[in-house]
Design a protein around this ligand. Structure first.
Ligand code: HEM
Length: 367
């Protein structure tokens, strides 16, 4: 909000000394996200100053066309609304199982640790085809990595796990996403071994923390005003619209949208020179008063259409149908199981930083 006071495109110097443009306006954000002169190819590596100790990535979110088109096309088939809808019974069963455990334990619980974290990681693990026997290890590696302070070798361990998984699918294909990618017949579209691993890794890091935070941020937004929790409890059929407003009001992505100028350009009349970094502030754009009336108010019955919580343009979130379905099921099950849920901590700690929006923990009490 403070940056937006200086205009829709502002020059920001971050605490670590690095500088870049931040786009806070809604119209300007959409323009930036569809401008092909703003490149994603290697943007994160450039920004990270070499990115020591981390494996190099070659996945769709780090690439521009034509590479991006090839990498996205194959995976896309698994994420169409129809394909995702077939996951519904399985996601419902996973969500119910997790809430059974919470109910058995009783008392105050951390909604993130007990529910929002294990749900998406189990869903994506099953989609990729992680075997039941390996699921606990997979969950441990993923949740260990996506914490504020990951262990030093967790990147390497998860890459090794995914490498083994890809090799096992080559030897023994099954009916899962990775086996489908391994089996792809068309030489032109086939992903290399390395691309299979980095693509699996992308699905994890793009889809894990974001979905966790959508469930966490959304629960907080509802419980801050218990009337809204009660409204959803009494009208669970409204859940789809409620989730859209959660995405607009407090979506999981802030500045995690890095691009750099491969040619000079201007956004809203502000000249950007070649090589400059541009961050699109999705959270600020979704609260732009030029686009949304009363943007600072969480209003599930308002108009959230057109929000850009899942980005815009060719990199628009591939997992959006899955994230929406997981959130729909998570909230339907939560209000049904815990109709009188309350916040145990009115102002829980936010995860620091500008890239993602979420809480470190979300203690809640069943009544
Ligand atoms: C891309 C948000 C869940 C997979 C993106 C982008 C955003 C986003 C903003 C574009 C970033 C950019 O343009 O720089 C979200 C949010 C989610 C979510 C808010 C949850 C609420 C998921 C899930 C998956 C997923 C569940 C998959 C399992 C991807 C992939 C891309 C992407 C693969 C890259 C697409 C491309 O480069 O063409 N997401 N995401 N996301 N997301 Fe999501």
């Amino acid at each position: 909000r403070r940056w937006a006071e200086h205009g829709p495109v502002v020059r920001v110097r971050f605490a670590d000394g690095r500088a870049g443009w931040v786009v806070t306006g809604y119209a300007e954000a959409r323009a930036a996200l569809t401008d092909s002169r703003l490149s994603k190819s290697g943007a994160n590596e450039r920004w990270r100053d070499g990115g020591q100790g981390r494996p190099e990535h070659t996945h769709m979110l780090d690439s521009d066309p034509p590479e991006h088109t090839r990498l996205r096309k194959l995976v896309n088939k698994a994420f169409t609304p129809g394909a995702v809808e077939r996951m519904r019974p399985r996601i419902e069963a996973i969500a119910s199982g997790l809430l059974d455990d919470v109910e058995t334990r009783g008392g105050i619980f951390d909604l993130l640790e007990s529910f929002a974290v294990p749900l998406p990681v189990t869903v994506i693990g099953e989609m990729l085809g992680v075997r039941d026997a390996d699921m606990a290890e997979f969950r441990r590696l993923c949740t260990g990595l996506f914490t504020a302070r990951p262990e030093a070798d967790s990147w390497r361990l998860l890459h090794e796990f995914l490498g083994d998984l890809v090799r096992s699918k080559r030897e023994q294909p099954a009916d899962d996403l990775l086996s489908g990618l391994v089996r792809a017949r068309d030489e032109q579209d086939r992903l290399s071994e390395r691309e299979l691993v980095t693509t699996s890794f992308l699905l994890l890091f793009a889809g894990h923390e974001t979905t966790v935070n959508l469930i966490g941020n959304g629960t907080w937004a509802l419980l801050r005003n218990p009337r809204q929790w009660a409204r959803l409890r009494d009208h669970p059929d409204e859940v789809v619209g409620v989730v859209e407003e959660m995405l607009r009001y407090d979506g999981p992505v802030g500045l995690a949208t890095l691009r750099y100028a491969s040619e000079p350009l201007s956004i809203a009349g502000v000249p950007i020179v070649e090589g400059d970094f541009v961050h699109v502030a999705i959270d600020a754009a979704n609260r732009d008063p030029q686009r949304f009336a009363e943007p600072e108010v969480f209003a599930p019955d308002g108009d959230s259409s057109g929000h850009i919580a899942f980005g815009h343009g060719i990199h628009h979130c591939l997992g959006a149908p899955l994230a929406r379905l997981e959130a729909e099921i998570a909230f339907t099950r939560l209000v049904e199981r815990f109709p009188d849920l309350r916040l145990a901590e009115p102002e829980p700690d936010r995860v620091p930083g500008f890239r993602f929006r979420g809480f470190s923990a979300l203690p809640v009490t069943p009544s």
